[in-house]
Design a protein around this ligand. Structure first.
Ligand code: UDP
Ligand code: MG
Length: 327
C-alpha cells in the first residue's frame, strides 16, 4: 500500500466535495499515432455525456513524421473543445505532456496515452474520486494485456526498484495515466526545472493521492515508440532527476572495497605461507575494482550532464503552432 493513498477518513472527510460541473482537460501526447488517433478520439468523446463536466481535449503532436498532425487538425475542425499543439520537433513524451499541462485550463487535468492502452472509461472513476476531495487519482495497473512475461517481470521490478530509490513515496504499477487537480498542475508547472519525469514529479508535489485500479489493454494499433535505448535513457532520468541515492551507492562500494583491501592486507601479513594467488585472480580483482570506479565516475557524469542542461535553461518544448477553433 502506498503512503500516498489517503486512508485517513478524518483528513478525507475534511476535504470539501468539488462542485459540479467544472472543466476537465485531457492531455494526450501523440507521436506517429496516425493508425490509432481517430479511434482514440471517438473513445474519448464517448465518455463526454457521462462526465458531468465540460471537456477540453489537448492533443500534442510531438514532431510526428506521419499524418498524425493532419488528422488532428481535421478532428479539430469545427470542434472548439479540441486544442492541437504542434511542437517544433520531437521533444519526447515527458516534454509533450508538460506542454499539455501548461496549456490545460481545466479544474482537473487527465493525462492519457494516445494508443488506447489506458481505457478512457476509467476517467469517469478518476473524476468520481476527485469529486470526493482527492487531488491525484492515479491509474494503477491490475493487469497488462498484450505484454510478454519478460516485459511484465521487468516492469514490475523496475517500478519497485525505482520506488525504493526515491527519497519520497512513489506509487508502483503506475504510469502517466492520472487525474490531477488544478492545484497540483499549477504546482508542477511552476517548478523551474526543465527536464522532467512526471511520474516522480507529481508524487513529489504531495497532496492527497488515491489509486484507481484498471486493466491495461494492448495497444490498439501502431507500435511502441520506445526502443531499448530510449527506455534506458528514461530510466536514468527517473532515477537521477529525483534521487541522490546512486551517489550513496558509490560511497557504499568504496567502503566495501576498503574492507576487502584491508582484509587482504591483514591476511597476507599474518599468513605464514606467501600468498599463492595467481595472475588471473589479480586481473579479475583489478578489473572488478576498475569497473566499479568507472561506474562511479559515470554516475557522477550523468548528474553533471543534467546540471549542465539545467544551467543552459533551454525550454522543455517549443510550440510551433497552436490550433483551436479551426474552421
Ligand atoms: N509519445 C510522445 N513522444 C515520444 C514518444 C511517445 O508523445 O517521443 C507518446 C505516444 O504517442 C503515446 C505515449 O507517448 O501516446 C506513450 O508512448 P508508447 O505507447 O509508445 O509507450 P509504451 O506504452 O509502449 O510504454
Ligand atoms: Mg503505449
Amino acid at each position: 500500500m502506498s503512503e500516498l493513498e489517503c486512508h485517513d477518513s478524518a483528513i478525507c472527510a475534511q476535504s470539501p466535495e468539488r462542485p459540479l460541473p467544472g472543466l476537465l482537460s485531457l492531455v494526450i501526447p501523440c507521436y506517429n499515432e496516425e493508425a490509432v488517433i481517430e479511434a482514440t478520439h471517438a473513445r474519448v468523446c464517448s465518455i463526454a455525456p457521462s462526465l458531468g463536466m465540460q471537456m477540453e481535449i489537448i492533443y500534442i503532436d510531438d514532431g510526428s513524421k506521419d499524418n498524425t498532425l493532419e488528422k488532428l487538425k481535421h478532428l479539430a475542425t469545427g470542434d472548439s473543445r479540441i486544442v492541437v499543439l504542434e511542437l517544433s520537433r520531437n521533444f519526447g513524451q515527458q516534454a509533450a505532456m508538460s506542454a499539455g499541462l501548461e496549456t490545460a485550463k481545466g479544474d482537473a487535468v487527465v493525462i492519457i496515452d494516445a494508443d488506447l492502452q489506458d481505457p478512457p472509461e476509467v476517467i469517469l472513476e478518476m473524476v468520481a474520486k476527485w469529486r470526493t476531495g482527492i487531488d491525484v487519482a492515479y491509474g494503477r495497473r491490475k493487469s497488462r494485456d498484450g505484454e510478454g512475461f519478460f516485459k511484465l517481470i521487468s516492469a514490475s521490478m523496475f517500478y519497485r526498484f525505482f520506488a525504493a530509490m526515491m527519497p519520497y513515496s512513489v506509487p508502483v504499477d503506475t504510469g502517466d495515466f492520472k487525474l490531477c487537480d488544478r492545484a497540483v498542475v499549477d504546482t508542477v508547472c511552476a517548478l523551474p526545472e526543465k527536464r522532467r519525469y512526471l511520474r516522480n514529479l507529481i508524487p513529489w508535489a504531495g497532496f492527497h493521492h488515491a489509486p484507481v485500479d484498471y486493466d491495461r489493454d494492448a495497444r490498439t494499433a501502431g507500435e511502441t515508440k520506445y526502443s531499448v535505448f530510449k527506455l534506458l535513457s528514461l530510466a536514468a532520468d527517473a532515477l537521477l532527476l529525483s534521487s541522490d541515492k546512486p551517489v550513496r551507492v558509490i560511497w557504499l562500494s568504496a567502503f566495501l572495497f576498503a574492507i576487502v583491501g584491508a582484509s587482504g592486507l591483514a591476511a597476507s601479513l599474518i599468513s605464514s605461507t606467501q600468498d599463492q594467488t595467481g595472475l588471473p585472480t589479480i586481473l579479475a580483482v583489478i578489473g572488478f575494482i576498475s569497473s566499479a570506479q568507472t561506474a562511479g565516475i559515470a554516475i557522477v557524469g550523468e548528474y553533471t550532464v543534467r546540471c549542465y542542461r539545467e544551467t543552459q535553461s533551454r525550454p522543455t518544448f517549443i510550440i510551433r503552432k497552436k490550433y483551436n477553433n479551426v474552421m
